[in-house]
Design a protein around this ligand. Structure first.
Ligand code: GLN
Length: 487
């Protein structure tokens, strides 16, 4: 599938119709889904209907927007009116929301063709998409491996060209890490830039919706469509949304004007040599492009994972209390009183990882432990924020690997949650500080698996991230390589 810009040109010049483009995506889905399993729901009929509407507009000589007629996918934790929203959980098996998430409304208003809902780790808890109650998504570069998570379905679908772009959500890395594992661009915006209204909550102070694209430009177009103030989200920021496309230039700003800080602590133990080499080469490339590169230190970075695994489960334990068999989704019928019904519904409805998080969170918030765990973790969060503030006094953007490893094999870490948690060490601090960051492809390891470089920006500096990622992308060949499944 071509890029958004290319498809738009084809539509406007009547070289192809929106129906043809949608049919191309649906045909690819039919061929690839048995192997890939990136979708939980496919809406072929509604997609074709939307495509026909776009074609009618073009035929009537009306102008169309950049996303009109473009096939996109949504992570299945975004509420879609009249369409199942399962969060890959049994407990929401039959849940059909009566309303759309704000981002879904925005995409619909922009004329995008929504082709389906993608697989995820149950309630976005995980790093491999193996925690889905329904299916395990494969990595298009090697189907024996995971696509990363929790937005693994969206990342794999974009990488395999089952759709042009997709939305995911990122609480501790769930957009950036699967983007890195699948060789696509994924961005987590500044906390509050994109409305969370209608995103099923995992950890509300960390969750943020963001775009996946095969190129930086596609991701920028998608972000521009979904960003903006929303009175329905109390944490939404009132800010002007810049024209992100304006900052996409093949060259970086004049020599020395862009200061890049390499986060020293992210190049330590546990980093795969292939990842280290690729990210270091990418940093050299940025230097060649005119950036002034220096090393910065964020000493509290390493406390990000432990703080997150107190804070995120704490928030999750509160957020998930609403799934009780009464208000949403499934209910175990054979219970003779209310408490037994709650218990049985949750026992059957939630998977192991979700139960683990609820248990940890409930424990951390309970009387007597609150100060020792939750409050302490909040203090660590403040220290991490301060480290970033110091780093941004010296640099315009910060750089690190997105993940210490490339995609691992399915089942490899399934029985060892701690080793999976530790993989988030580079992405989590960014959520704790509410900053924007993106993952851009920066090479392949010796097995041919994609590697991602993480660029972190200061608050609301999405434009700078796009600027740097675009200049880098345009001067490297990585985005042109296609996974085995596609070629
Ligand atoms: N992998 C992390 C977790 O399991 C992050 C998930 C996310 O960003 N949604 O919590």
């Amino acid at each position: 599938m071509a890029s958004i810009r290319k498809l738009h040109q084809q539509l406007v010049s009547k070289e192809r119709s929106a129906v043809e483009i949608t049919q191309e995506a649906l045909a690819r889905l039919e061929v690839l889904e048995p192997k890939l399993k990136s979708f939980l729901w496919i809406g072929a009929e509604a997609a074709l209907e939307q495509a026909r509407r776009v074609d009618a507009k073009i035929a009537a000589g009306e102008e169309i927007g950049p996303l009109e007629g473009i096939p996109v996918a949504l992570k299945d934790n975004l509420c879609t009116q009249g369409v199942p929203t399962t969060c890959a959980s049994r407990i929401l098996e039959n849940f059909v929301p009566p309303y759309n998430a704000t981002v879904v409304e925005k995409l619909a208003a922009a004329g995008a063709v929504i082709i389906g809902k993608t697989n995820l780790d149950e309630f976005a808890m995980g790093s491999s998409t193996e925690n889905s109650a329904y299916q395990t998504t494969a990595n298009p570069w090697d189907v024996t491996r995971v696509p990363g998570g929790s937005s693994g379905g969206s990342a794999a679908a974009v990488a395999a060209e089952e759709c042009v772009a997709a939305l995911g959500s990122d609480t501790g890395g769930s957009i950036r890490q699967p983007a890195s594992f699948c060789g696509v661009v994924g961005m987590k915006p500044t906390y509050g830039l994109v409305s969370r209204y209608g995103l099923v909550a995992f950890a509300s102070s960390l969750d943020q919706i963001g775009p996946f694209g095969r190129t930086v430009e596609d991701a920028a177009i998608l972000l521009e469509a979904i960003a903006g103030y929303d009175p329905k989200d109390a944490t939404s920021i009132k800010t002007e949304i810049p024209n992100y496309l304006d900052c996409l230039k093949p060259n970086l700003r004049p020599k020395g004007r862009l200061r890049i800080g390499v986060i020293q602590e992210t190049f330590g133990e546990g980093l795969e040599p292939g990842v280290e080499n690729a990210v270091k080469a990418a940093i050299e490339k940025l230097q060649e492009l005119g950036a002034q590169v220096q090393v910065v230190s964020c000493p509290t970075f390493r406390y990000g994972v432990p703080a997150y695994y107190v804070l995120a489960p704490s928030e999750a334990s509160a957020n998930l209390a609403r799934y009780d068999g009464v208000k949403y989704g499934m209910r175990v019928p054979d219970a003779d009183n209310l408490l037994t019904m709650y218990g049985k519904t949750r026992a059957r409805g939630f998977g192991a990882e979700v139960k683990r998080r609820i248990t940890i969170g409930t424990y951390a918030l309970s009387a007597g432990y609150y100060d020792a765990y939750y409050l302490k973790a909040q203090k660590v969060r403040t220290l991490i924020k301060r480290d970033f503030e110091k780093a941004f006094a010296q640099a315009d953007i910060l750089v690190s690997p997105t993940s210490p490893t490339t995609a691992f094999t399915q089942g490899e870490k399934a029985d060892d949650p701690l080793s999976m948690y530790l993989l988030d060490l580079m992405t989590i601090p960014v959520n704790l500080a509410g900053l924007p960051a993106l993952s851009v492809p920066c090479g392949f390891d010796e097995r041919g698996l994609p590697i991602g470089m993480q660029l972190i920006g200061n608050l609301l500096q999405e434009s700078t991230l796009f600027e740097v990622a675009y200049a880098y992308e345009q001067s490297t060949p990585w985005h042109q390589k296609k996974p085995i499944l596609v070629s």
